[in-house]
Ligand binder design. Structure first.
Ligand SMILES: [Zn+2]
Length: 381
């Protein structure tokens, strides 16, 4: 068998393989920048899941031909026939197309969807981004599906009052539309305190001041609300860990994932993202692990018990926070949350805490493995 025929048969097998999922009318995804380098150095494709450079003496010639054909209006067969007519080597053209497809540079489906989506500039830019990288993610047909999933997700926020506007606005920019808010002031509570929700575009499904509530009252409240939500996001300035553990324990019993952001003195932390019944570490596991490697765990233990004895949700004596330090970890959390919600990727905060020092900008990743016999999640360990 001559080499050309062999190659051609191998390529046919590739394109015909149902698992390869080659589009009927291949079309380069939107938003890709193609640059032909001088002196025959090759062609660069930028903006996809990874930078691609195609070299070879004929690459320029082939691309000049293909760039007019890969527009969703021609089948592979027609493209190859056309190549033949133009005296361009079929095998080389097919190989070129194969590489583009393997690098997720073709739109997965050949459908013209109506753009009747209520896109603002930020969501539109996100859509364009997902158009380019969607091939890598595998679980969504198109960028609309990603945006739709984010839009439909309902997140319950448990946070200090003054953090609410930043959290809401950030989630809004990410495309979330329906949120619930359980907020609290200092330990005395203040029912008159107003906070700005920042944007009227968000539908607030729940809004309850839990300042004066004890654990059992919070459990009752969560019990009546939790079914409306898929995820819980706790954001607390110098938390009483017992309070966080209480939330995790509740989420564990109701199978709701919970992602935590905390300020621990001057360290801004995100994680862990706890998924009940999946052997992932919860915030209690994280506290227990920290206690096991810290030099003097007794100090933290006593301090936390003291906070709990006063029935506080956080240490209100430590005042102030750095807004950019907070926004930094919040952005990581929201990025992770929306990718989990939309099946774009797995969470990067499972069994993990990312700490940021706002002064040195030092970032530290700590692995937290689930603790056997953890009082919060042990029934699943
Ligand atoms: Zn645990």
């Amino acid at each position: 068998m001559d080499t050309n025929l062999l190659k051609s048969n191998l390529l046919r097998e590739f394109f015909d393989d149902i698992n390869v999922n080659f589009p009927t009318n291949p079309k380069i995804v939107k938003g890709i920048s193609v640059y032909s380098m001088p002196d025959g150095l090759g062609i660069q494709f930028r903006g996809g899941s990874e930078k691609l450079i195609l070299k070879g003496k004929n690459s320029f010639h082939i691309w000049t031909f293909l760039s007019e054909k890969l527009n969703g209006k021609h089948t592979l067969e027609i493209i190859l026939k056309e190549a033949n007519k133009n005296n361009i080597n079929n095998v080389e053209v097919a190989t070129f197309i194969k590489i583009l497809h393997s690098n997720h540079l073709f739109e997965s489906k050949n459908k013209d969807k109506d753009v009747s989506y209520d896109l603002d500039i930020f969501v539109e830019k996100q859509k364009e981004y997902y158009d380019r990288i969607i091939g890598l993610t595998g679980h969504n047909d198109d960028s609309y599906q990603v945006l739709e999933k984010i839009k439909n997700a309902k997140v319950l926020i448990v946070a200090n009052t003054y953090l609410i506007p930043i959290i809401c606005y950030n989630l809004y920019l990410a495309g979330f539309k329906d949120l619930g808010i359980l907020y609290f002031e200092n330990e005395e509570g203040s029912e008159n305190e107003e906070f700005v929700k920042y944007t009227s575009n968000i539908n607030i499904m729940t809004e309850v001041n839990i300042s004066k509530m004890n654990n059992s009252e919070i459990r009752d409240l969560l019990n009546s609300k939790i079914d409306d939500y898929q995820f819980v996001l706790t954001v607390v300035n110098n938390p009483n860990f017992h309070f966080l553990h209480e939330i995790s324990r509740f989420c564990n019993t109701r199978n709701k994932p919970v992602l935590n952001i905390s300020f621990v003195e001057n360290s801004y932390e995100v994680g862990p993202f706890f998924f009940p019944n999946t052997h992932t570490a919860c915030s209690t596991c994280s506290t227990l692990r920290k206690q096991s490697y810290e030099a003097n765990p007794i100090y933290d233990f006593l301090y936390q018990n003291n906070l709990n004895a006063k029935n506080t949700k956080y240490d209100s004596k430590i005042e102030g926070f750095d807004i950019q330090g907070f926004a930094g970890v919040l952005n990581f959390a929201v990025l992770d949350l929306k990718h989990v919600v939309a099946n774009v990727s797995k969470s990067n905060f499972v069994n993990k805490i990312l700490q940021m020092n706002a002064l040195s900008l030092e970032l530290k990743n700590t692995e937290i493995i689930p603790v056997l016999g953890c009082p919060t999640c042990s029934s699943n360990n």
